[in-house]
Design a protein around this ligand. Structure first.
Ligand SMILES: Nc1nc2c(ncn2[C@@H]2O[C@H](COP(=O)(O)OP(=O)(O)OP(=O)(O)O)[C@@H](O)[C@H]2O)c(=O)[nH]1
Length: 696
């Protein structure tokens, strides 16, 4: 380069104002300074030439040797290029792009550096902004993709099947995993296909027809159907609704499908349980009523028959062998009954040992009788349960529908009345309903209502009839007999109300009242006479009998041996072990047990062996007939003979005259009761003379 060219070049460099261009000595001392350098860094040439260029760096950079390292790299590599903060004279910073070139002489000796610095603060700010914008966009996009993944996840995990179709093309746009389980086709063959292209005709028809309805009408539309799916036959319940997209032209059809198969099965099970008896699986009372009501509504002009059935003395099976055996017997009975009937007949278990039948379309009473008799016969053969041969009888009440008897309630009531009659007439038989039964039932109900009042209004009173020991005409005890002082009907005798009390269960209250009252009275007597109280066989059906007797004794303070309980043979009927257990417990309390009305009813001397009675009471009918009937006398003789050998006391009841008295004494009777010695009297008149005329 000649001298002129050198000057021109220097001028050119010095006049450049966008770049700071200056030279450095090999140690970094500023050798010259151009206009651009002055503009960029604020120093004039005089101020800076001769100073080290490290001045433009931050104190920290300087401390770390950054300026020197740049020179070293440039010296070894020829060039060093970097960006960084540089400082002006006034202390302000700018972002600089720096290039340092090493300069060597012709011999290759380093003679200095050319340094070009450009203020790129603005560009850098712009770049930073771009970077920030990009980062933001990336962040946003990551957020969107996370949201989308989240929504996909939600849809995939919705416990219902979700299918979304394009409302116009009807192509499937979305299908979740749950929905895929319904079709044996991969997702790729479902998405962007129409239902009929990717699923069975049955399924696509189902979705398409429901979808058509939903697209034509607003709201949610539902349909439930049994369909063959990839999971087998399932009941699908689908809700379809149309959805408007953001774009008015973009509408969707959404189908939410529930597999309700298990739910419907559970519903059916619950429905079955609510309408059937657990033990026998027969319809229960609720279903029976429905079937009866349907039969009564039918157009058939023939009658419907309703039969009420009740096993005879079923309680004995439970008592003797336990409920489990009782249950087995009920199951066996139910099976036999069911097998005897036609398919269209309804057999239901409506209570413990009670069944009911609707025979639709029956011509006559005779036709229903044939069925009833067949049912009785089919129950007759013994059932073997756990090695026990069990025989049980069946009583049946029948009613045929008429224009007047045509509601389920009436039918059941009437059949029940007929059943009651069958029981009353000896059991193991059937009876048809008659209007007379209704009249009797009504009067029974009146008595029942009055009897409830009687109990609360203390209209029931105990009368006491003396029992004597024949030798000295002394009263050794009294039998307590109940009288009902009815406010309108006057005094009513037990025969006219006890059976109603027994049928309605009021007997338990009546019985308890008699026991408490008799013990209370007897405890107040001056002498040590005994008091006899009659127990109904029904009282033995209530487990509280023992505690009632205990309570009466405890409350009154009466010595147990002064209380005598009179029972009838029926308590021992059919070798009733439960009742014998109760009798033993009563006896263990110290009370006496007497067998009443002996000789009537079932009258088997073997009863005397089944329980150690303290006393037998010969029924008054034998005493009455004794004068005329050799038979009656023979029976009295047999009883007295037997009781002597068993060491049981005998009471003759109903002794009305002195001949009878003398004869009975002759036959060995020791105790006597009857009008000859005294009629039943209210407690306050009880102590009047034995043969007083004042007796009623
Ligand atoms: N094993 C069993 N016994 C039951 C069930 N439900 C009720 N019972 C009993 O069935 C008996 C029904 O007795 P009732 O019908 O009153 O009397 P019964 O002994 O059959 O006498 P009658 O009907 O007068 O001939 C009662 O002892 C109940 O405790 C049951 O599900 N299983």
């Amino acid at each position: 380069m000649d001298k002129n060219a050198d000057i021109m070049y220097r001028m050119l460099v010095q006049s450049v104002i966008d770049y700071a261009i200056y030279m450095l000595e090999p140690d970094g001392t500023v050798a010259n300074w151009n206009a651009g350098a002055q503009r960029a860094k604020g120093y004039v040439a005089e101020e800076i030439v001769g100073k080290n260029f490290a001045l433009f760096y931050s104190a920290e950079d300087r401390q770390q040797g950054v300026p020197q390292r740049g020179l070293e790299i440039a010296a070894t590599k020829g060039r060093f290029e970097t960006q960084g903060l540089r400082y002006r004279k006034d202390g302000s910073a700018f972002w600089a792009h720096v290039v340092i070139d090493a300069i060597h002489d012709d011999d290759g000796t380093l003679i200095g550096f050319a340094k070009i610095t450009r203020d790129i603060t603005e560009r850098r700010a712009w770049e930073q902004e771009q970077l920030k914008a990009k980062e933001l966009a990336e962040k946003q996009s990551a957020k969107m993709s996370a949201l989308s993944k989240f929504l996909d996840n939600i849809i995939a995990n919705i416990p219902s099947s979700v299918i979304v179709e394009d409302a116009i093309t009807r192509e499937i746009l979305l299908v979740n995993d749950k929905a895929l389980q319904l079709f044996s086709v991969p997702k790729s063959l479902i998405v962007h296909h129409r239902p009929h292209e990717c699923m069975s005709a049955e399924l696509s028809d189902y979705f398409n027809s429901l979808g058509d309805v939903a697209l034509r009408n607003e709201g949610v539309h539902e349909r439930e159907q049994l369909l063959l799916t990839a999971r087998g036959e399932r009941i699908l319940h689908t809700k379809a609704t149309s959805i408007n997209g953001e774009d008015a032209l973009q509408n969707y059809l959404m189908l939410i499908v529930e597999d309700v198969t298990d739910q419907r099965a559970a519903d059916a099970r619950i429905h079955h349980m609510a309408h059937h008896d657990n033990l026998t699986s027969l319809p229960n009372r609720i279903l029976f009523r429905q079937r009866l009501s349907e039969a009564l509504r039918s157009e058939d002009r023939r009658s419907n028959a309703t039969l009420c059935l009740d096993l005879d003395n079923f309680k004995n099976v439970n008592d003797a062998l336990g409920h489990q055996v009782g249950d087995e017997l009920l199951r066996a009975v139910a099976k036999r009954l069911r097998n005897t009937l036609r398919d269209q007949d309804t057999l239901a278990r409506i209570g413990g040992d009670e069944f009911a039948i609707v025979l639709p379309s029956v011509q006559s009473e005779a036709e229903a009788s044939v069925v009833a008799q067949r049912l009785i016969e089919v129950i007759r053969p013994p059932v073997n349960i756990e090695g026990n041969n069990l025989s049980v009888g069946l009583s049946v009440g029948i009613v045929l529908s008429t224009p007047d008897i045509n509601t389920p309630e009436q039918m059941l009531r009437c059949a029940d009345m007929a059943l009651y009659e069958a029981k009353r007439n000896g059991r193991n038989r059937f009876e048809h309903f008659t209007l007379e039964m209704d009249d009797i039932a009504r009067s029974r109900r009146l008595i029942e209502n009055d009897l409830r009042d009687a109990l609360s209004n203390r209209q029931l009173k105990l009368y006491y009839q003396p029992i004597t020991n024949g030798d000295q005409h002394t009263i050794i005890g009294y039998e307590a007999l109940m009288r009902w002082h009815h406010p309108v009907k006057g005094v009513i005798m037990p025969n006219d109300f006890i059976h109603v009390a027994e049928e309605t269960g009021l007997i338990h209250m009546l019985g308890a009242y008699a026991l408490y009252e008799a013990c209370r009275e007897a405890a107040s007597w001056e002498g040590q006479q005994s008091v006899s109280v009659n127990l109904s066989p029904l009282q033995f059906k209530n487990s509280s009998l023992l505690s009632v007797v205990e309570g009466a004794l405890r409350e009154s303070g009466l010595e147990p041996q002064r209380l005598e309980l009179e029972i009838t043979e029926s308590v021992l009927l059919d070798d009733n072990l439960g009742n014998i257990r109760t009798l033993n417990s009563l006896k263990a309390l110290g009370v006496k047990i007497a067998l009443d009305d002996f000789g009537t009813g079932y009258s088997s001397l073997s009863y005397l062996r089944s329980f150690p009675f303290d006393k037998i009471k010969i029924d008054k009918s034998f005493i009455n007939d004794m004068g005329d009937s050799r038979e009656a006398l023979a029976i009295i003789r047999a009883i007295t003979g037997m009781s002597r050998s068993l060491d049981i006391q005998i009471t003759a009841e109903g002794v009305e005259n002195s001949e009878q008295f003398a004869k009975l004494q002759e036959e060995g009777c020791t105790l006597f009761q009857g009008y000859l010695f005294g009629r039943p009297q209210p407690s306050e008149q009880r102590l009047k003379k034995l043969d007083s005329d004042e007796s009623e």
